[in-house]
Design a protein around this ligand. Structure first.
Ligand code: AFD
Ligand code: MN
Ligand code: MN
Length: 407
């Protein structure tokens, strides 16, 4: 297949050039793509019902870094790894930073965990107890210190806060507590760092959620300051929500901080990126490319926990699906699209977009990888080499979740 894709490249390049696309510029952009993988995607995790131990799943932060480095080696575009605290806590952050660098990756977003301790049963910074709110804040401030020690520039916040029953707590008071907590925390974010506020419309709370949607995250970000932005997790919306339009609004306002990519069919399913929603993923990337420089700082992160599928292959596929979507977005004929839009041509405009989506970009990506000095077909390379078998043998099947989402 690899040869087939590479040999199809000249014809594709010629066709794109005829359409006015600067193929060399497209390739240069593809080589600079950066998708961050999550440490928690490499450890065991499960559903609410069961953790199925995966042979070779990473058992500690060192093994997670090694696996992330392996995905980067195969793809060339996954050079950083997000950490979850305290799951990935270590005594020596400098040593961990060096260890990552020696593996060819860097430490990406720091994710505080204010949902797993017993105290957080009624929430973290929105908890009715002032002492628990302070405890949550102190943990997140510690995460800001970890950012400085690891060289991370992103604090990525997600709260499990909400209520299950009408009248359970004062929604207004919870809003005030949220605002207090975020503003206090913002003071501690390193000067070169950003604070990303994630939202999710339900779960684990089922009646109200304190940060249910992008509008709430956006409003909170405005109250905090310029370096507070919204994080869009593609799995966190009600059915039918138009995510690309949220993306374009936030981009234009300078408040799109980053993504947690995954796919969902029903709720927050955390499936491989682009498996249920390839067109949506493409349109998201189209909005990003269209926004030009306004998208420069956006952080592209994967947020998935694979429970029944091979973890490394699933992560690899996710990175590759982002690459395909980006490549297709880069070959949209934007000048012609704009002209068509201004002329009010409804279907003509739509077709200009779908014509890029319908293009088989696999030859282009094979060429890009060849030029980057990596295997043109990363899935074939993964299946042919012995890394997964080697770690399965060395690590075995551990019990429990070990730094991932428990069942
Ligand atoms: C939870 C949330 C969310 C968040 C993650 C971070 O659903 O996706 O990003 O925790 O800890 O899974
Ligand atoms: Mn997420
Ligand atoms: Mn989620």
């Amino acid at each position: 297949m690899t040869d087939l894709y590479l040999s199809a490249y000249p014809a594709l390049a010629e066709q794109l050039t005829k359409q006015g696309i600067d193929v060399e510029a497209v390739k240069a952009k593809l080589k600079r793509q950066h998708i961050e993988t999550p440490s928690w995607g490499y450890g065991n995790s499960g559903t609410r019902f069961k953790v199925f131990p995966w042979p070779g799943a990473a058992r500690d932060v060192h093994e997670k870094l090694a696996d992330a480095a392996y995905i980067h080696k195969l793809t060339g575009i996954a050079p950083s790894v997000a950490l979850h605290i305290p799951w990935d806590k270590t005594d020596d952050w400098n040593a961990l930073k060096q260890e990552a660098a020696s593996l060819g990756v860097s430490i990406g977003a720091i994710n505080p965990n204010v949902f797993q301790d017993q105290e957080y049963k009624l929430g973290s910074i929105c908890n009715p107890s002032g002492a628990i709110r302070e405890q949550a804040l102190a943990h997140m401030i510690e995460c800001c210190e970890i950012m400085t020690k690891t060289g991370s520039t992103l604090l990525s916040l997600w709260f499990a806060d909400g209520t299950n029953y009408a009248g359970q707590d004062s929604v207004i008071e919870r809003k005030h507590r949220l605002e207090w907590g975020l503003k206090e925390l913002y003071k501690h974010v390193p000067a070169n760092g950003r604070m990303l506020i994630e939202y999710k419309f339900f779960e684990p709370a089922f009646y109200t959620t304190d940060l249910p949607d992008w509008g709430t995250s956006y409003a909170m970000a405005l109250k905090c300051g310029d370096r507070a932005q919204v994080l869009v997790d593609t799995g966190h919306h009600p059915q039918g929500t138009n995510i690309p339009s949220i993306v374009s609004f936030l981009l234009d306002e300078g408040r799109l901080g980053g993504f947690h990519f995954n796919a969902r069919q029903y709720a927050d399913d955390d499936l491989i990126v682009g498996t249920t929603n390839p067109f949506e993923l493409f349109v998201i990337y189209h909005e990003l490319v269209t926004a030009g420089d306004k998208a420069n700082e956006v952080a592209y992160m994967i947020d998935q926990s694979h429970n029944i599928e091979p973890k490394l292959e699933a992560m690899l596929q996710s990175v590759l699906n982002c690459q395909v979507a980006y490549a297709k977005a880069l070959i949209v004929d934007r000048p012609r699209l704009l002209e068509s839009q201004h002329g009010g041509d409804v279907l003509g405009s739509h077709r200009i977009l779908t014509s890029a989506y319908d293009t088989d970009v696999r030859p282009l990506l094979a060429k890009v990888r060849e030029e980057m000095g990596i295997q043109p077909d990363p899935i074939a390379a993964y299946r042919a080499d012995g890394y997964a078998a080697k770690i399965a043998k060395a690590r075995g099947s551990a019990d429990g979740s070990l730094g991932g989402y428990p069942g």
